[in-house]
Write a new protein. Structure first.
Length: 188
């Protein structure tokens, strides 16, 4: 019985993110699939047994929320549980987290087991970096933003000018934040 429950739990968590194993997601797919989109700094990363299923190891991540774009982030911090850990089973396409790391996350809606993960795995977690020359904040996902702006997007003239020159690599945090804010407000 325990093994069957474990398999069902894994299927419920992994099936929505199976696409990440093959190709990165587009910006539109990230926004539409996300239940929560937020930016912040990782405060704590802990591997621990799932609260209801002690034989299942999860990674508990707590963020100091800088900005919430979509979903309900209660207060100034946000905690979520992702299946697996660094020393145990973790699907290869799910990202890891470091305390102090500044990130933008597109998270799937929480499962009935209280678990979530970034939309399309590494495509839904953006690291915030500082450009050494300009000192501007830049963002890049686990696919180096490759394919992020493929497909039809309803864009302003300024957004289109920015994105037509972009194939891959970091983009300005403020440009992505403005795009997320506009798109997230229409996809709720």
């Amino acid at each position: 019985m325990r093994c069957a429950l474990f398999v069902l739990l894994l299927l419920g968590v992994l099936v929505p993110s199976a696409r990440a194993q093959h190709a990165p997601a587009t910006f539109a797919e990230l926004v539409e699939s996300a239940g929560t989109i937020l930016a912040g700094r990782v405060l704590e990363v802990r591997e621990e047994p799932h609260p209801q299923y002690p034989y299942l190891i999860v990674t508990r991540v707590t963020l100091a929320v800088e900005r919430s774009f979509k979903g309900k982030s209660k207060g100034r911090s946000f905690t979520f549980f992702q299946i697996g850990g660094s020393k145990t089973f973790r699907p290869f396409h799910l990202p890891d987290y470091r305390e102090g790391e500044e990130i933008v996350l597109f998270l799937y809606p929480e499962s009935r087991y209280g678990l979530t993960s970034p939309v399309a795995g590494a495509a839904g977690k953006f690291r915030v970096l500082q450009d050494p020359q300009t000192k501007r904040r830049m963002v890049v996902n686990g696919f180096d933003n490759w394919g992020l702006f493929d497909g039809p997007l309803a864009l302003s003239t300024a957004e289109r000018a920015l994105l037509t020159r972009h194939e891959r690599g970091p983009i300005a945090y403020e440009a992505l934040a403005a795009l997320i804010a506009r798109w997230a407000s229409t996809s709720r």
